[in-house]
Design a protein around this ligand. Structure first.
Ligand SMILES: C=C(OP(=O)(O)O)C(=O)O
Length: 580
């Protein structure tokens, strides 16, 4: 068994099919000055055909996964339209007297090397996009046929060095049980799409792999924890078949809870909302039993294009989500780029500590033009549903007030233009840095609600970079320090009478439910697949029974003690339930 990174949940069991390298031999060919015009025309023709193909893929994908994910292909078209790309190709033809395909190959290599050399995972992913588009163009210039995956065999687990979004879309998803890539990250476009398509995916196995996986080898992959079993024994296969069966049984068994309100047996209503980043994910969330949306990560709307989305474009998305929710909660978080989330078309500075750098509300307050465009779109969408606004990475009262000033300006503009919006739109903040926890009492006087972002709060409280594999064992959401942070935040919110919820990964961790009930938070927002299992637990767990555990947990000295205490509590509860 080797371990990679789980990038799209689910278990796949089957035979491997290794995707051949998408890299063709391009024979050296010299040309004369008289041939320049013909070679340029060949490149233009190749670009036209490639664009046509990409547009078709985008439109087909749009039907399956929705508009946001299919925007990835707009970025591919933008590469083909980019004058810098074309200038490089023309330069090679003219200066070096090389044929169109040689010039295209060299231009791709040049840009891919340039992006690959940057110490930035996001830019490395963009190198993959360029390779993807470039290979498509080369394919036309060389006249080679498309690599087709087998469709006449049993479904298989696809193995690739790296997989581009185009390749993923070209796969017949009925035939692909799961995917393993040697390189890749969970934030890549390919990973985002695999999650949207529901295909289990493990990325980044290269370092762990001693020998290459070959076509026909028997495999098990777990897209949740990143485990890959090569030629597993019969016991392991039986174990995973049972687990796979249990997961699909659980899914089916819990279906009847989709519309059931999330209330404990003694009457405590604990909202279970979904974290989403696109309209498509909203459908999955609603089918998965979400009451509403507790966190709409709007940055993905900005990521898959080649320029900032205009007010009308943003309005269309926010409005569609709000209308689909029909009056249920929709918490829209303003742009949270920076850190690991970069935009192709925005100059992000080189930073030693990007998570503590120029990001989130700091960019919004620096680029008020961009911020106001987003606020106007959110405000206008608020006329169509129950929208609440949320600012990310708040560290001071000044930041909240500065953000609210821009909000007030946006409202005045809409008033002057006679455009409708919800005049009482609520404003909340993410509590995700220790400074915000320590002044939670002051911040609570400024806003309508808090949402605790445990992903960043854990990294900043423990000084553990959430992206650094080397120290991932130190990333402990159940650390006693975090527990104290949570308590301080919830107490401050309660004292001021504002709502407080949780939206980091810990919100969906079943082990933490007694903690949330003892703290008496108002709601949890999580990935869609966690909602029904959590709802089932909520329906069985008395809040009264959890009040005692709060003090015990506060006395725990280590994460391990804390987790053990929660486990003992849950075991007792299960025993009580089993005994009726
Ligand atoms: C929800 C959070 O935000 P992000 O989108 O950074 O994970 C968090 O930090 O817990």
């Amino acid at each position: 068994m080797i371990t990679g990174i789980g990038a799209s949940p689910g278990i796949a069991i089957g035979k491997a099919f290794v995707l051949p390298n998408w890299e063709w031999e391009v024979p050296e060919q010299r040309i004369d000055v008289a041939d320049f015009a013909r070679e340029f025309e060949r490149v233009y023709e190749g670009i036209r055909t490639s664009k046509h193909e990409i547009q078709q893929i985008r439109d087909e994908l749009c039907e399956v996964v929705g508009r946001e994910e299919s925007h990835i292909f707009d970025a591919h078209i933008a590469i083909l339209d980019d004058p810098v790309f074309m200038n490089e190709i023309q330069g090679i033809i003219q200066r070096q007297y090389k044929a169109a395909e040689v010039a295209v190959k060299e231009a791709i290599d040049h840009f891919v090397t340039m992006f690959d050399l940057l110490d930035d995972d996001y830019m490395k992913e963009r190198a993959l996009d360029i390779k993807d588009v470039g290979n498509r163009l080369l394919k036309h210039l060389l006249g080679v046929p498309e690599i087709k995956l087998p469709s006449d065999t049993q479904p298989f687990i696809l193995i690739a060095k790296e997989l581009s979004p185009s390749q993923l879309v070209n796969t017949n998803s009925d035939h692909v049980l799961g995917i393993v890539t040697l390189a890749g990250s969970t934030t890549s476009h390919t990973s985002i799409m695999a999650r949207a398509l529901g295909i289990p995916l493990v990325v980044g196995v290269e370092a762990a792999l001693k020998e290459p996986i070959t076509t026909g080898q028997s495999l098990i992959i777990n897209g949740t924890d990143g485990a890959v079993y090569i030629e597993p024994d019969q016991d392991t296969i039986s174990f995973y078949r049972q687990l796979q069966q249990r997961q699909s049984d659980d899914k089916r068994r819990l279906q009847h809870l989709v519309n059931t309100p999330s209330i404990t047996p003694d009457g405590k209503a604990l909202r279970l909302d979904a974290n989403i980043s696109s309209l498509k994910e909203l459908d999955i969330a609603l089918a998965g039993g979400a009451a509403g949306v507790g966190l709409f990560r709007t940055e993905f709307l900005y990521m898959d294009r080649n320029r900032f989305p205009k007010e009308e474009e943003q309005l269309a998305v926010y409005r569609s989500v709000a209308e689909k929710l029909g009056g249920e909660n929709l918490v829209i978080r303003t742009l949270d780029i920076g850190g690991d989330k970069h935009l192709d078309y925005f100059q992000h500075p080189e930073e030693d500590n990007p998570f503590m750098g120029y990001r989130a509300i700091r960019i919004s307050l620096d680029r008020k033009d961009l911020f106001k465009t987003q606020l106007r779109a959110i405000l206008r969408a608020s006329a169509y549903g129950n929208i609440k606004l949320m600012y990310p990475l708040i560290t001071s009262v000044d930041e909240v007030r500065a953000a609210n000033e821009v909000l007030a300006e946006a409202k005045s503009e809409l008033d002057a233009e006679g455009l409708d919006y919800d005049r009482d739109v609520e404003v909340g903040i993410m509590i995700e840095v220790p400074a915000a926890v320590m002044i939670a009492d002051l911040l609570a006087c400024e806003v309508d609600f808090f949402s605790i972002g445990t992903n960043d709060l854990v990294q900043f409280t423990l000084a553990v970079d959430r992206m650094n594999e080397e120290i991932s064992h130190l990333y402990e959401p159940f650390h006693p320090a975090l527990l104290r942070m949570l308590k301080l935040t919830v107490d401050a919110a309660k004292a001021q009478g504002i709502r407080v919820g949780v939206c980091g990964e810990l919100a969906g961790d079943m082990r933490a439910l007694p903690l949330w009930l003892s703290l008496d938070v108002d709601g949890l927002s999580m990935s869609a697949h966690s909602i029904l299992p959590m709802k089932e637990r909520v329906l069985l767990t008395e809040r009264k029974a959890c009040s005692g555990i709060g003090e015990k947990l506060q006395r725990c000295r280590t994460s391990r003690e804390l987790i053990a205490e929660l486990q003992i509590f849950m075991d007792k509860l299960d025993e009580k339930t089993a005994n009726g």
